[in-house]
Design a binder for this molecule. Structure first.
Ligand SMILES: [Cu+2]
Length: 510
């Protein structure tokens, strides 16, 4: 309703203005065309001058008013080693373009006033002047040359890559940023300091970067939500894109580089201030104890005067600086610069993408093997369950052996089984007086007799391995097949049936 009223009033105002125009036109006809035209020129000419004064004053006022919110002028100084040079180049460029800006604006409006049509004045014919041509070609050429040469020198200094003999993780860290409609995927190399191989043909819903899981270097790579960097250490960002052009932009570090599909780019920079230090700078007070930058003391949430001042909640950010589509704005990420110790701590907390998301799924090419940390985990689980069972009151104590698998429909042990069998043998050697029953189970597909036989044969295969390969005394082992008589899960789903096809051990006593 308000919008409608506003539009209606604007339309009415326009109609009134048009009517006034028509009336003054008629009046002019009555008074005499020429006189009226000169009067209009005078009014327009002086309005040009007034506009010039207000417009230039507004430019100066806004520059001063918003200084503390603009990069490089208030407290938003560069937080990277190379950023000062870029800021200084910006200032020099701004100085020259500012001079030209003011001169052309003044000339434009002043001339519009000075050369307005007046009675008895005629326009000069002034076709050409060599000296003038020379001046306005020569001066900009010299200034431009100076700006470009300085820019080239700065580019060559800033864009050098990490030296070939630098040690990743120690001398620098490497991070990868992949632009995508509409988010950044960040990837860190993990403890091996190597980013694994990628292939766009391997991209799936669960493998957004197309990481090649057969490349060992990929297995410890992790994909955090925030960009976390240690202060004072060079960072090499490998920048790429999955779809369209994006641009990796860290405004507070004066880092900006295109992300181009199929053409990796990079940027090396060194953060010089932690987020915490930068926040304290924004929240500085002057000698009298008043906030130095009042803008940064305003509440973070404008609707809640009680919320924290903005300097306390400030964060560096990563943005996309290439208009890449309708969700472009959402490509914002938080950048945290922390101390070396905090960074190490954070690294410890990160989970490898492979182990948290890919391991054990259809896309996992390593289903036939266990990794050292998994073997360690398996041993710990088995030992703690055994200890628990041994210290518990007498009775049937079952310990599942989830990593023992068989070739489908047969009693042949799958290659992956040996990890758990070896761990079991080790435990049996440790608790040398314990006797166990090896119990085989199946799901309910097939007939009961065949299932019983299969479960018996599978339990026997486990016993044979322990006796023949590991030297466990046969008298300590009892082998039993239960077929489908003791399901632990439903037989209606594949996951349930898989759980029912199991081998477990039961403590028989000491
Ligand atoms: Cu983008």
């Amino acid at each position: 309703m308000t919008a409608f009223l506003a539009i209606a009033s604007i339309v009415l105002i326009v109609v009134v203005l048009i009517q006034i125009g028509k009336i003054s036109e008629l009046a002019r006809k009555i008074r005499g065309e020429e006189e009226a035209q000169y009067a209009t020129n005078r009014v327009n000419g002086s309005m040009m001058l007034w506009f010039m004064v207000f417009f230039l004053a507004f430019c100066v006022w806004s520059a001063i008013h918003y200084k503390n919110l603009m990069l490089g002028y208030g407290p938003l100084e560069s937080a990277s080693a190379h950023g000062g040079e870029i800021d200084s180049m910006f200032n020099v460029t701004l100085f020259f373009t500012g001079l030209v800006f003011i001169a052309t604006q003044v000339a434009l409006f002043y001339f519009a006033w000075k050369y307005r049509g007046r009675k008895g004045h005629k326009a000069d014919f002034y076709p050409h002047d060599d000296r003038l041509e020379l001046l306005w070609t020569g001066v900009p050429a010299v200034v431009m040359t100076f700006l470009v040469i300085r820019g080239l020198i700065a580019w060559n200094e800033i864009m050098v890559d990490i030296p070939a003999d630098a040690v990743p993780g120690k001398d620098y860290i490497e991070v990868e940023a992949t632009g995508s409609q509409f988010l950044w995927y960040l990837r860190y190399p993990g403890p091996d300091h190597k980013l694994g191989a990628r292939d766009y043909r391997k991209i799936t819903a669960t493998n957004p970067l197309g990481q090649d899981w057969t490349d060992e270097a990929n297995l410890d790579d992790f994909q955090p939500t925030d960009l976390v960097l240690p202060v004072g250490k060079p960072v090499r960002v490998r920048i790429t894109s999955r779809d369209v052009l994006h641009n990796f932009y860290l405004p507070h570090f004066r880092v900006k580089m295109d992300a181009v599909p199929g053409m990796p780019t990079f940027f090396v920079f060194t953060p010089t201030m932690t987020t915490e230090e930068y926040r304290r700078k924004l929240g500085e007070r002057d000698e009298d104890g008043n906030p130095k930058y009042p803008e940064w003391w305003e509440p973070t949430d404008p609707n809640d005067p009680e919320s924290e001042p903005r300097w306390k909640t400030f964060n560096f950010e990563l943005a996309c600086a290439e208009l890449c589509g309708k969700g472009h704005f959402s490509m914002r990420k938080i950048v945290r610069v922390v101390t070396e110790e905090e960074y190490e701590q954070w690294l410890q907390e990160q989970q490898s993408y492979y182990f948290s998301t890919i391991r054990g799924t259809e896309e996992d090419p390593h289903v036939d093997k266990l990794f050292p940390q998994e073997i360690e985990q398996l041993k710990q689980d088995l030992n703690s369950k055994l200890e628990e069972a041994l210290s518990a009151a007498p009775g049937v104590q079952s310990i599942p052996l989830p990593h023992i698998n068989f070739v489908e429909g047969s009693a042949q042990l799958a290659p992956i089984s040996h990890y758990e069998l070896d761990a079991l043998a080790e435990a049996l050697k440790k608790y040398s007086d314990v006797r166990i029953e090896i119990a085989g189970h199946t799901d309910d597909t097939g007939n009961a007799e065949a299932n019983q036989e299969l479960s018996q044969a599978r339990a026997q295969a486990v016993a044979d391995y322990l006796i023949n390969n590991k030297g466990i005394d046969a008298t300590r082992l009892v082998v039993k097949g239960y077929g489908a008589t003791q399901p632990v899960d439903t037989n209606d789903t594949e996951a349930g049936r898989a759980a029912n096809r199991r081998v477990e051990i039961r403590i028989m006593g000491k």
